[in-house]
Design a protein around this ligand. Structure first.
Ligand code: NAD
Ligand code: WQD
Length: 340
């Protein structure tokens, strides 16, 4: 298939691009590079040994998007573009609502005009809110969120579900990622956060490479196995394979829109992840326990059975592999992607 991948220069989009190319699909990327660098494309093209068209513009530019759809004969869209800093979304909510909603309106309009009827959307476990029983199951209602970022995911899931129900032939997979971490096994692609990382794995990786002095563990008094927060970390290459399987499944999907958890079903604590990273990089990493981070839940965990049963997908990489690949990426690229 010829696929428009939005946000293809970003963390999830770049790894997904490579997996789709390896399986014989053709990729066209739209990314405005607001949170990524053009040198990602150099890496991708070298790994894939092919040229990958990158169109640098904001998806909200409906005229440019329409022209691109007119020029390319697209079979599907994967919508990974978006802003993703949860805390940032609390301080500038309008930017998040406008970016996420307007981008999706713009895409849906172009898809309708040009007869493209397959869509895979990057949703998030954040739509389960604070009170869903664990492990999270896709049928849980009501969906809710504790940040404007998460609220946009809830709204877009609803929007896509409504539009798919009303549009003959339109099929939408809503992929709810849990905590994507890890990097491409070559160390050539990885997560490259701008500024100080908010998320645990990139923070640990930057401590290991000497960019940050120590990890601050946000609370060791949670009702979890060792008192630190537990999450369902999933290797980004497994997330990429999840996109491939979802795409291949769309035509056979009985419902117009359906949600799938992308998680492992295994909970890992902050201390366990730190221990695994220490094994990967071969040394102890400085850390201290500090008070809980406001808004954090004690634990989160996916029930991944629907994706197993219906997509034939399962996560295959464990926590040691996630840390080893992250370390390879971080140690080979201590300051992230180069400027071109
Ligand atoms: P990322 O920031 O690395 O990639 C997103 C890309 O989208 C960036 O390259 C950015 O430049 C681009 N972009 C943003 N707004 C755009 C716009 N209006 N037009 C064109 N391009 C635009 O983020 P990521 O980690 O790759 O996340 C991808 C998607 O997955 C996002 O929708 C995010 O909300 C979702 N998600 C991510 C995680 C995670 O932990 N990484 C978890 C759950 C869901
Ligand atoms: C994991 C654990 C922290 C940093 C966030 C978003 C979520 C999703 C993924 C997109 C928690 C602890 C962290 C640190 C720490 N994104 N921690 N020290 O909070 O599960 O999810 O990213 O959809 O929406 O909320 O991930 O990596 O920030 O935290 O102790 O410096 O690590 O308290 O227990 P989180 P995280």
């Amino acid at each position: 298939m010829r696929i428009l991948l939005t946000g293809g220069a970003g963390y999830i989009g770049s790894h997904t691009t490579l997996t789709l190319l390896e399986h014989g699909h053709e990729i066209v990327i739209v990314d405005d590079l607001v949170n990524s660098k053009p040198s990602v494309l150099d890496r991708l093209e070298a790994l894939a040994a092919t040229r990958i068209p990158l169109h640098v513009f904001d998806l909200r530019d409906e005229d440019r998007l329409d022209a691109l759809f007119a020029q390319e004969r697209l079979d599907a869209v994967m919508h990974c573009a978006g802003l993703k800093a949860v805390g940032d979304s609390v301080t500038r909510p309008l930017d998040y609502y406008r970016n996420h909603l307007d981008s999706t309106f713009s895409l849906l309009t172009a898809m309708a005009r040009h007869g493209v009827s397959r869509l895979v959307f990057s949703s998030s476990a954040t739509v389960y809110g604070e009170n869903a029983p664990l492990p999270c199951q896709e049928d849980h209602r009501p969906l809710s969120a504790t940040s404007p970022y998460g609220q946009t995911k809830v709204m877009i899931e609803q929007l896509l579900t409504d539009v798919a129900a009303a549009t003959d032939g339109l099929k939408v997979a809503l992929l709810r990622y849990f905590n994507p971490v890890g990097a491409h096994p070559t160390g050539q692609l990885g997560e490259d956060p701008q500024g100080t990382p908010n998320n645990l794995m990139p923070f640990i990786a930057q401590v290991a490479v000497g960019r940050l002095d120590r990890l601050r563990i946000f609370g060791a008094d949670y009702p979890t196995k060792d008192g630190t927060g537990e999450r369902d970390y999933i290797h980004v290459m497994d997330v990429a394979t999840g996109h491939l399987r979802a795409l291949e499944h769309l035509d056979a999907m009985p419902e117009p829109a359906r949600a799938f958890n992308l998680g492992t079903g295994t909970a890992t604590s902050v201390l366990q992840l730190l221990g695994a990273f220490e094994r990967a990089c071969g040394r102890r990493l400085s850390h201290e326990v500090v008070p809980r981070r406001p808004g954090d839940v004690p634990a989160n965990l996916a029930d991944p059975r629907r994706a197993h049963d219906e997509l034939g997908w399962r996560a295959v990489h464990g926590i040691d592999r996630m840390c080893a690949d992250t370390w390879r990426w971080q140690s080979q690229n201590p300051t992230g992607y180069p400027d071109r």
